[in-house]
Design a protein around this ligand. Structure first.
Ligand code: SF4
Length: 333
């Protein structure tokens, strides 16, 4: 499939999909390894390529304040525009070489829609683009999302937020909710640990909020790298001031994976950052730990337990259909 968002200069193409803005010579690929210049035309190599699909609890994305207790038909492909040393999905995200896309099924957008519709009876609310980085799957995600929206279902994007402003503007009307990784507080961290910069991610977060879409943020805490409480305070303050104090933040535990063998985050460190975040934000959760009380949702006004969570599953025991507390009628989500 020909890619969107590129220009041609002297036989080379310049991709405009993400802030890397790769200049790609004839026969070569961009940093993501899934966009190739073939005869001066940029192609998406992973169009329709499905590496994984499953009906997941919405809490697994994680989205805690968006249809809690529901399910979402989740699909992923191959490739990523980051090179996180700690990548949790490296077998599908960090692809290299040629021919890999032929070893996975190629499934049309119409078939994905039908699978999503077939699982509505099991609690499915739509389609989530997740597992690898969906930005580098843009054309396919866009085509599926159009069909999903037309059918009256919801679209969810789980992303690193590293996307150029114009492609994001085109995508926003189709999407209903986002979980975006904010991986650190500095360009130094972004450059060294994953090969990017933080400003475009901040722009994406602001654009999502300005478009009125549901946003939750995941912050993966890596010991010695992005766990400084004073610097994390700046992150929480920025989220509160720019995105709003009701923004949902998931402070998540890291486990060693891919190229990073630093030991996993301590519960003490997670709870310290949780306490810092709670000074600025109303909705903070601690993920990947099994800490039950830090994953439940309580009414901010009367303290009633409104959503209890066990593992990846949410149970909205004290919420009305329009997100109000059944105890005091306050709007919770
Ligand atoms: S989407 Fe891929 S090819 Fe395009 S700029 Fe980003 S990394 Fe480069």
């Amino acid at each position: 499939m020909e890619a969107k968002f590129y220009s041609t200069i002297d036989g080379q193409v310049r991709c405009g999909l993400c802030p890397h803005r790769c200049r790609i010579a004839e026969g070569k690929k961009g940093i993501c390894q899934v966009r190739k210049n073939d005869g001066g035309v940029l192609y998406s190599l992973n169009y329709g390529v499905i590496s994984a699909m499953a009906l997941d609890p919405i809490e697994k994305k994680p989205l805690y304040h968006f249809h809690p207790g529901s399910y979402i038909f989740s699909i992923g492909s191959l490739g990523c525009n980051f090179r996180c040393l700690f990548c949790q999905n490296y077998s599908i995200a960090q692809v290299k070489g040629d021919g890999w896309y032929e070893t996975f099924p190629n499934i049309s957008p119409q078939v994905i829609l039908q699978k999503a519709l077939d699982s509505v009876e099991q609690g499915n609310i739509g389609v989530a683009y997740t597992y690898n980085e969906p930005t580098v799957w843009y054309e396919y995600m866009y085509n599926v999302a159009e069909k999903v929206k037309e059918a009256g279902l919801l679209n969810v994007m789980v992303s690193n937020g590293y996307i150029e402003a114009i492609p994001l503007d085109y995508l926003l009307p189709l999407m209903d909710a986002f979980n975006i990784d904010l991986k650190g507080y500095s360009n130094t961290f972004y450059k060294r640990m994953l090969g990017g910069t933080v400003e475009p991610v901040r722009h994406t977060l602001k654009a999502i909020v300005e478009a009125g879409k549901h946003l939750e943020i995941t912050y993966l805490v890596i010991p010695y790298e992005n766990d400084n409480p004073a610097r994390f305070r700046e992150v929480a303050a920025w989220i509160s001031e720019i995105l709003g104090p009701n923004t949902v933040l998931h402070v998540n535990r890291y486990f060693p994976n891919y190229l990073l063998d630093t030991p996993s985050t301590s519960i003490k460190s997670l709870l310290e950052l949780y306490a810092v975040a709670k000074e600025y934000l109303h909705n903070v959760y601690v993920g990947n730990t099994g800490l039950v009380e830090h994953n439940n949702t309580y009414c901010p006004k009367c303290g009633k337990l409104v959503v209890e969570r066990h593992g990846m599953h949410g149970n909205p025991i004290g919420l009305t259909d329009d997100g109000k507390c059944t105890g005091c009628s306050s709007q919770v989500m």
